[in-house]
Design a protein around this ligand. Sequence first.
Ligand SMILES: Nc1ncnc2c1ncn2[C@@H]1O[C@H](COP(=O)(O)OP(=O)(O)OP(=O)(O)O)[C@@H](O)[C@H]1O
Ligand SMILES: [Mg+2]
Length: 139
Amino acid sequence: MTADAGPRAARLPGVPPEPGVAKPDPILVAEGVTRTFGGLHAVQVSRLEVQRGAITALIGPNGAGKTTLFNLLTGFDRADSGSWSFEGQPLAGLPAYRIVRAAGARTMAVRDIMNPNGTRFPHLYPSERRQAILPAAEP
Ligand SMILES: Nc1ncnc2c1ncn2[C@@H]1O[C@H](COP(=O)(O)OP(=O)(O)OP(=O)(O)O)[C@@H](O)[C@H]1O
Ligand SMILES: [Mg+2]
């Protein structure tokens, strides 16, 4: 990541825009989370902190391990190692139904974008969907 992380970085003053950096008020903290499939190291997360109230995205190329990490943190899969906590409550090793009670639900991919009037947009390409929801999403 470059030093210029954009205007939203200003919401965390003093926090360098680097992976795994400590946040002032993290709601989720993960440490040393790994998952291998045979010889494939699908997830190797040294440290991850998600700041309370900050819209946070996990990005990476296809196969980087994003879905696997979400599966681990939400109890849909078992990590080989690591620990993580939500609001200070350790969640590693808990089944999904207990994580839901402790930290909230995980949602799967959303296929349909809804109009404000509750009807679905017709089938759109992702770039068109973005244009369709921007007027409603941005103040
Ligand atoms: N159940 C599994 N068994 C074996 N390999 C798996 C399994 N699940 C994921 N993988 C492998 O782990 C790696 C990470 O996959 P993952 O689906 O987490 O990536 P991703 O970042 O979500 O990718 P995408 O952007 O395509 O959704 C890939 O190489 C994938 O083939
Ligand atoms: Mg994925």
